[in-house]
Ligand binder design. Structure first.
Ligand code: NAD
Ligand code: UDP
Length: 345
């Protein structure tokens, strides 16, 4: 569907990053004009250059910070946006343990500044990037959306705090319309191989680490724990293709543009895969062998976590469509064509 002439403009915070850049491409494809606000603390502007090429439409970037109220007021006065997809935030669990104040300040403080400026500008439609990490070590799988929240690190606590702030806001003023999307484990890349995940330094997450081993940037994968109570002893997660996630945002946006109030959904496939299943699937997709060694468990890791995504089907008419093979094939196409990520351009 193309809504270019009449469609509401969307502000995308953090839109130069991994998930945000894929969501911007999906928004442009659905006909929504966008403006991105990103401080480039964890992204390259090249991602949006490529998004604009792929879409054949502009993907304008304002380099700036969601904590900068003056800049936000100017941007909102100039751009006349109708809704916001709010991706901007710091996301490394280990770093959040070492630097909790940086995480509370950036994620929670940045979000309250953003919300204050949005309220002043009369923009009250927002889609927020939350995470399955809000559940901590879930007591049941698949994890229902009303499972207890028990984050085990400062990063996860910023997500819970922001969710609570958003709930309070929606209760305080019925004009707010807010979607809280709890992502499980986003992986993969756009099938063009032009945009993808480009972590700085040593990847914390499994899929980019495996990709970098396959492409020869790292010697072997350390598998964190082989003695969990799972099918093969390695950790199980719900990996979701970033394109499915991007589609979920467009569906959530459509809902917040139509309905007031706040809602929360899980975005996952509902299926769990072990670390060794990922290794085997990636070997098949890439034709490369992935040497690995089983080492001690990573502190704070849980055995298994996968979504009950029914709330997203009920509220958004959304469900994940792409399987593990597509996730690995697309991640490999991105990694093999861009071995050094965006910095190789
Ligand atoms: P990312 O780091 O690639 O993207 C985040 C973007 O926000 C980056 O481009 C960064 O430069 C920008 N940013 C950070 N702080 C900012 C600030 N103060 N002002 C302006 N821009 C700022 O990460 P991602 O994987 O694309 O994640 C996007 C969102 O989804 C984050 O909120 C993250 O917590 C959440 N999330 C990610 C995952 C995951 O595994 N990737 C899982 C669940 C939730
Ligand atoms: N993992 C691993 N080696 C790595 C990175 C991750 O064995 O180098 C495992 C980790 O223990 C977990 C799974 O892969 O079982 C997914 O980890 P990731 O950090 O990607 O996601 P999260 O733990 O945040 O769900």
């Amino acid at each position: 569907m193309d809504r270019s002439d009449s469609a509401p403009k969307v502000l995308v915070t953090g839109g130069a990053g991994y998930i945000g850049s894929h969501a911007v491409l999906e928004l442009l494809g659905a006909g929504y004009p966008v403006v991105v606000l990103d401080n480039l603390s964890n992204a390259s502007p090249e991602s949006l250059v490529r998004v604009a090429q792929l879409a054949g439409k502009p993907a304008p970037l304002v380099v700036g910070d969601i904590r900068d109220a003056t800049l936000l007021r100017e941007l909102l006065a100039r751009e006349k946006v109708s809704a916001v997809l709010h991706f901007a935030g710091l996301k490394a669990v280990g770093e959040s343990v070492e630097q909790p104040l940086a995480y509370y300040e950036n994620n929670v403080g940045g979000t309250t500044t953003l919300l204050t400026c949005l309220a002043e500008a009369g923009v009250r439609r927002l889609v927020f990037s939350s995470s399955a990490t809000v559940y901590g070590d879930p007591s049941e799988v698949p994890v229902p959306v009303d499972a207890p929240l028990a984050p085990s690190n400062p990063y996860g606590r910023t997500k819970v705090m922001i969710e609570e702030i958003l709930g309070d806001l929606a209760r305080s003023d019925p004009r707010w319309s807010i979607a809280i999307l709890r992502y499980f484990n986003p992986v993969g890349a756009h099938p063009s191989g032009r945009i993808g995940e480009d972590p700085r330094g040593i990847p914390n997450n499994l899929m980019p680490y495996v990709s970098q081993v396959a492409v020869g940037r790292r010697a072997e994968l350390a598998v964190f724990g082989g003695d969990y109570a799972t099918t093969d002893g390695t950790g199980v997660r719900d990996y979701i293709h970033v394109l499915d996630l991007a589609r979920g945002h467009v569906a959530a946006l459509a809902r917040v543009l139509e309905h007031a109030g706040a809602f929360t959904v899980n975005l996952g496939t509902g299926r769990g895969h072990s670390v060794l299943e990922i290794v085997r699937a990636f070997e098949a997709a890439s034709g490369r062998s992935i040497p690995y060694r089983i080492v001690d468990r990573r502190p704070g890791d849980i055995a298994q976590c996968y979504a009950d995504p029914r709330s997203a089907a009920d509220l958004l008419g959304w469900e994940a469509a792409l399987d593990l093979e597509s996730m690995c094939v697309d991640a490999w196409r991105w990694q093999s064509r861009n071995p050094q990520g965006y910095s190789g351009t």
